[in-house]
Design a protein around this ligand. Structure first.
Ligand code: XMP
Length: 514
C-alpha cells in the first residue's frame, strides 16, 4: 500500500528541508522536488498535498522561478510559503510588489481562527518573517486570513480550490505553533491520516540495504558521533560481518575522544563489529599547514578522509561500498538539496573529492534530520547515552579554529573545550544545551596576569538549543556556569587571556564558526 505523500516544491530557500521535516514530524511522508520538475512527474507521485517553499527571488520578475499554472486547477491542495505564497498570488491575479517596510524576524501576526490552517491557534501569534516583497492585494477568490501592520496579506486562502498561502515561515521554530499550522494543512486540508512512522522506516531501510549489498563488503566511515553510530547499527543489522567500521584519527578530535571511540567500538567495547582505527594525524596536519580559508579546510579534510578510507579498503580487500552517516542538513548546507545556496561544504558531502575509488557511496540516513536519526537509533536499540550525544562535526576542531590549524592550536582548543563541557555538564540534563563547545578565535588582545602584560588568544564559548540544527537559539546558561568556565580556562589553558560568550542565533550565524 502506498503511503500518503506530500510534495514540497523547492524554490531555493534555506529552510526548505525543514518543511519536509515538520511534515514528517506529523507522521506524513514527504519528498522534496525542484520547482523545475514537470507537472506530469509530480502527478505520478500521486501526492495528497503540495507545499511551495520560500526562495530568494521576486515573483513578478520575468526570469524568476515559476510553475506550470495547471497545478492550480489540478485539485490537489497547495500551501505556498513566503516566495511560494507570492508566486501563487502573482500567478492567479493578485498584486505582489516590493514592500515599503521590509519585515525580518519574529513578528506578531493577527490570525483568523476560522481558517482551517489556523484552527486551534491564538488570534495573535508570533511568526518568523523574512521578506522584501509582499502581497499587496490577494488574487480574486482569496480571502485574507492573517495580517500585520506592515503586511496587509500575511496569509490568504481560497478554501473551495484548496489553495492557501502564508507570507511567514511556519517551518521555522521561531514561529509559535508553526508545526500546528502545517499539521492543520496536511490533516485538515489534505486529509492525511499519519501513516509514516520511524519503525517502518528502519525496517524498510534495513531490508533495502540487504537487497542492494547482497554478498558485498562495506566500509563504514565511523566517527563515533550519533549519525555514523546509527548508520553502523543499521548496517550491522542488515549485513553483519560484511561490514567494517573505520575510525580516522585525524588528530582534530575533542580531548580524549579518539581513545574513547576506540574503547567503545573496539574489541573490548559494547559492539560486535569489525573495527579499525586508522592513525592519520600526520597526513591531516601536513595538508592543513598554512591553510586558513574555511572552505579550503573543509575540502582538504573531505578529501583526506576519502583517501584514508581508500587505503583501508585496499588492506581489507574487495570492498564494494563506502557507507557514510550523512544526514539531510549536511546535504542541504552543502548546496546539494535542491535549489539552495552553499552555506558550507560538509566534509562528507560537498567536501568529497571528484573521484572516489568505491563502487558506490551508501548513505541510509541521507533523508533524515538529526532528531529523526536519534529516533532511528532508539528503534535500533542503541543506548541513550550514545543516541542523545551532542553532535561533533566530522572536521571537528579544525572548523572551531579560525585561521591555521596546528597541533598546538588544536591542543589549546581541546583543553578549553574540555573545561567548558565539564562545567556545562554540572547542570541537570534537562538544562543542558543541544550543542556546546569552545572555539579558538583568531583574535589576540592585551591582558594582565601576575603583574605582567600578556598578548594572547580569545576563546569563544558557544551553547545553543535546537532540535534540528537548521536554526538555533542561544541557551541562556546561568552566568555562574559561564564565569566558572572562563575563570578556569584563563587559568588552566596557556596562551588564553580572554573568554567570550557567543550570543548569536542561527540565522544569522551558523552553529560552527567556519
Ligand atoms: P552549522 O555550523 O552548519 O552546523 O550551523 C549545524 C550542525 O551541523 C554540524 N556540522 C557538521 N557536521 N560535518 C558534520 O558531520 C560537517 O562538515 C559539519 N559542519 C557543521 C554542526 O556541528 C551542527 O551540529
Amino acid at each position: 500500500m502506498q503511503q500518503q505523500t506530500v510534495i514540497v516544491l523547492d524554490f531555493g530557500g534555506q529552510y526548505n528541508q525543514l518543511i519536509a521535516r515538520r511534515v514528517r514530524e506529523c507522521h506524513v511522508y514527504c519528498e522534496i522536488l525542484s520547482y523545475r520538475t514537470p507537472l506530469e512527474k509530480i502527478k505520478a507521485k500521486n501526492p495528497v498535498g503540495i507545499i511551495f517553499t520560500g526562495g530568494p527571488n521576486s515573483a513578478y520578475l520575468p526570469d524568476s522561478p515559476g510553475i506550470d499554472p495547471a497545478i492550480y486547477t489540478w485539485g490537489v491542495p497547495i500551501l505556498g510559503i513566503c516566495y511560494g505564497s507570492q508566486l501563487m498570488m502573482h500567478s492567479l491575479g493578485g498584486k505582489v510588489c516590493k514592500a515599503p517596510e521590509r519585515e525580518y524576524g519574529k513578528t506578531l501576526v493577527g490570525l483568523d481562527p476560522q481558517s482551517p490552517l489556523f484552527a486551534g491557534l491564538p488570534a495573535q501569534n508570533v511568526c518568523w518573517m523574512s521578506h522584501n516583497d509582499y502581497i499587496q492585494a490577494p488574487a480574486p477568490g482569496f480571502a485574507v486570513s492573517a495580517r500585520t501592520p506592515n503586511c496587509p496579506v500575511a496569509a490568504a486562502e481560497d478554501r473551495a480550490r484548496g489553495l492557501y498561502c502564508v507570507q511567514f515561515h511556519p517551518e521555522v521554530l521561531h514561529t509559535a505553533n508553526g508545526t500546528q499550522m502545517l499539521r492543520n494543512f496536511v490533516y485538515n486540508v489534505c486529509g492525511c491520516t499519519g501513516d509514516w512512522k520511524m519503525d517502518s522506516f528502519v525496517e524498510n531501510t534495513v531490508q533495502a540495504l540487504r537487497e542492494k549489498i547482497g554478498g558485498g563488503r562495506v566500509l563504514l566511515a565511523l566517527s563515533g558521533g550519533v549519525d555514523s553510530s546509527v548508520c553502523a547499527a543499521m548496517l550491522a543489522r542488515a549485513i553483519g560481518k560484511q561490514l567494517t567500521c573505520v575510525f580516522v584519527d585525524h588528530g582534530l578530535h575533542r580531548k580524549n575522544e579518539a581513545a574513547e571511540v576506540c574503547r567503545v567500538f573496539g574489541p573490548e567495547g559494547d559492539f560486535d563489529l569489525n573495527f579499525v582505527c586508522a592513525d592519520a594525524r600526520d597526513r591531516f596536519f601536513g595538508k592543513l599547514a598554512g591553510v586558513t580559508a574555511p572552505e579550503r579546510k573543509r575540502k582538504i579534510i573531505g578529501e583526506e578522509f576519502i583517501r584514508v578510507f581508500e587505503a583501508e579498503a585496499k588492506k581489507i580487500g574487495a570492498v564494494d561500498y563506502l557507507a557514510q552517516g550523512t544526514i539531510y542538513p549536511d546535504v542541504v548546507e552543502s548546496g546539494l538539496g535542491g535549489e539552495s545556496a552553499v552555506i558550507k561544504s560538509h566534509h562528507n558531502v560537498g567536501g568529497l573529492p571528484e573521484y572516489v575509488d568505491f563502487k558506490e557511496i551508501i548513505e541510509p540516513l541521507r533523508d533524515l534530520f538529526k532528531d529523526e536519526v536519534r529516533q532511528a537509533g532508539r528503534e535500533l536499540g542503541l543506548p541513550e547515552s550514545l543516541v542523545s550525544r551532542q553532535p561533533c562535526p566530522g572536521p571537528a576542531l579544525a572548523i572551531r579554529i579560525i585561521g591555521e590549524v596546528t597541533p598546538e592550536r588544536i591542543a589549546l582548543v581541546q583543553d578549553a573545550d574540555a573545561i567548558w563541557r565539564e562545567e556545562v555538564d554540572r547542570l541537570p540534563f534537562g538544562q543542558r544545551p543541544s550543542q556546546y563547545f569552545a572555539a579558538l578565535t583568531n583574535m589576540r588582545s592585551v591582558g594582565v596576569m601576575g603583574d605582567e602584560r600578556t598578548y594572547d588568544y580569545a576563546v569563544a564559548l558557544r551553547a545553543v538549543t535546537t532540535s534540528d540544527f537548521m536554526t538555533c537559539e542561544v541557551t541562556p546558561l546561568p552566568l555562574d556556569t559561564v564565569m566558572a568556565a572562563a575563570n578556569r580556562i584563563v587559568n588552566e589553558v596557556k596562551h588564553v587571556n580572554r573568554v567570550l560568550f557567543d550570543v548569536t542565533t542561527k540565522p544569522p550565524a551558523t552553529v560552527e564558526f567556519e
